[in-house]
Design a binder for this molecule. Structure first.
Ligand SMILES: *Cc1c(COP(=O)(O)O)cnc(C)c1O
Length: 469
């Protein structure tokens, strides 16, 4: 008897108990960061500790310091929960401890990624021949997509960036809306393109690019190798760029088109919302998350590329696959920035199998309707809604929300703090077009109408406590 079964069962039982109770606890951790440091701190043990004791210690240390972000009333950032089957599959992935580097190391991990990747393309209406890399999140997926763009536009300019690097290369430009996600800028820094390669495109009141301005920008230096980076789902408003007009324009200009669709791309899975991302399938690469709207446990993102040869050549593990080699028998590890990697495909496979096509569509549509309900309840209570609630994001303000340079701590921040302290729900503040606003994201499969009504009441009560004057 190894004792392993007791240990694993206990860990799983504790995880399940946390989830089962998460709707009844205060959403934020109840103690301070310093308390958490003390609970986990102390000196490195001189010698071994039995595993069961370590589990006891971990459970005790974490008590009061966990956040209920997997629960139904967590509306911060864009945070999904995790479906029962996806969470259980991830527990198995840890138990099996497979390395998803290549099929030799785990045929099961490879097969799960192949199947789940195919299902994701099907659901999102993306080309069936595209390749899918399983990465940590949309940050990594943006890096992969933009690396593929870098490869392609420089290859067209007669330059082999994988061999020669960027020094001496033609200056690539990256054309993207001013309301792009911050991860795009970091990806460009990591790829050596630098943020100076960015040419901003004007955006409208919802953060969508102005297609006429895109056309103008593209025409200014038509000879430059160009990547156009568009967005499905602005992190504040949920709005998506006008792909049907923007992508053909970018392609006419010879550009590679990458779409950052961390959560917004999932609109394609809902018949009622698919029009919001109409034409997105014409892009060259897409970044999305499974750990946001698909409700797969952290961490899980997908880098999808129309041309598997560009994908593999840009990210290849081995020089045997680089440009000119003619080899295209790419493996899992040639589609991602990692070498050894945990088997993320099991959880994505499990979530999609559990939900099915209709289940994903229902999940997306339900979250959108709940976001609309939240906006309605808050507006009835005197709040101002600052975005068109077309997806799952709601921007809310009470009274004057304009940012004042001399007083960065606004009433909005005070209300957010009061909501967090109350513990009924959790949300954060954001800055949007010179306004300090509350941002609410409804992305969890377990959120109900009752959760929305209860949370709206708590937010209105917090606003009343802080006072409107
Ligand atoms: C969340 C988000 C990202 C980053 O995703 P991670 O999963 O945190 O890596 C990128 N772009 C958009 C639009 C997002 O909402």
């Amino acid at each position: 008897m190894s004792g392993l079964e007791d240990l694993f069962v206990r860990a799983a039982r504790e995880g399940a108990a946390f989830r089962d109770g998460v709707g009844e606890r205060p959403v934020a951790g109840t103690a301070s960061r310093e308390d958490a440091w003390a609970a986990f701190g102390g000196a490195l043990p001189d010698g071994p500790t039995p595993a069961s004791q370590v589990l006891d210690d971990l459970l005790a240390a974490a008590e009061g310091h966990l956040v209920g972000s997997v629960g139904p009333r967590y509306f911060g950032f864009v945070t999904g929960g995790s479906t029962p089957a996806a969470a259980a599959a991830d527990i198995l992935a840890v138990g099996w401890d497979q390395n998803s580097f290549n099929p030799l190391m785990s045929p099961a991990a490879e097969a799960a990624e192949r199947a789940a990747g195919g299902w994701v393309k099907d659901l999102l209406g993306l080309p069936s021949g595209a390749s899918v890399g399983f990465v940590t999140g949309a940050q990594a997926a943006n890096t992969v997509g933009l690396a593929c763009g870098r490869h392609q536009v420089l290859e067209r300019a007669g330059y082999d960036v994988e061999t020669d690097g960027l020094i001496g290369a033609p200056r690539v430009r990256v054309v993207s809306g001013f309301e792009r996600h911050a991860t795009v800028d970091r990806s460009l820094r990591l790829l050596g393109l630098g943020t100076a390669s960015l040419i901003g495109v004007l955006t409208d009141d919802q953060g969508r690019i102005d297609v006429a301005d895109l056309e103008k920008v593209l025409a200014t230096e038509p000879e430059r190798p160009t990547i156009v980076c568009l967005q499905a789902g602005n992190v504040n408003t949920g709005a998506s760029d006008a792909f049907a007009s923007a992508i053909p324009l970018a392609h006419e200009a010879g550009a590679w088109v990458h779409v950052d669709g961390a959560f917004g791309l999932w609109a394609a899975s809902s018949p009622q919302r698919a029009h919001l991302v109409d034409g997105v399938e014409r892009a060259d690469s897409w970044a999305t998350d499974a750990h946001k709207w698909l409700n797969v446990p952290y961490d899980s993102g997908l880098a999808i590329v129309r041309d598997p040869v560009v994908h593999g050549t840009s990210m290849a593990y081995s020089a045997a696959y680089l440009a000119g080699s003619g080899r295209t028998d790419f493996s899992l590890g040639d589609l991602v920035p990692d070498s050894s990697r945990r088997a993320r495909g099991f959880a994505v496979w499990a979530a999609l199998r559990e939900l099915g096509r209709s289940g994903v569509a229902d999940l997306v549509e339900r979250c959108c309707l709940l976001a609309g309900r939240m906006a309605e309840r808050l507006a009835e209570g005197g709040a101002t809604i600052h975005n068109d609630v077309v997806l799952n994001q709601v921007l809310v303000g009470f009274g004057d929300t304009s940012l004042k340079d001399d007083d960065p701590s606004t009433r909005t921040d005070a209300i957010v703090e009061a909501v967090q302290r109350d513990g009924t729900c959790w949300l954060g503040a954001t800055t949007w077009h010179d306004q300090r606003l509350i941002r609410i994201s409804v992305s969890n499969a377990t959120t109900t109408e009752a959760d929305i009504d209860r949370s709206a009441a708590a937010i209105l009560a917090a606003a009343a406590r802080v006072g409107l004057g």
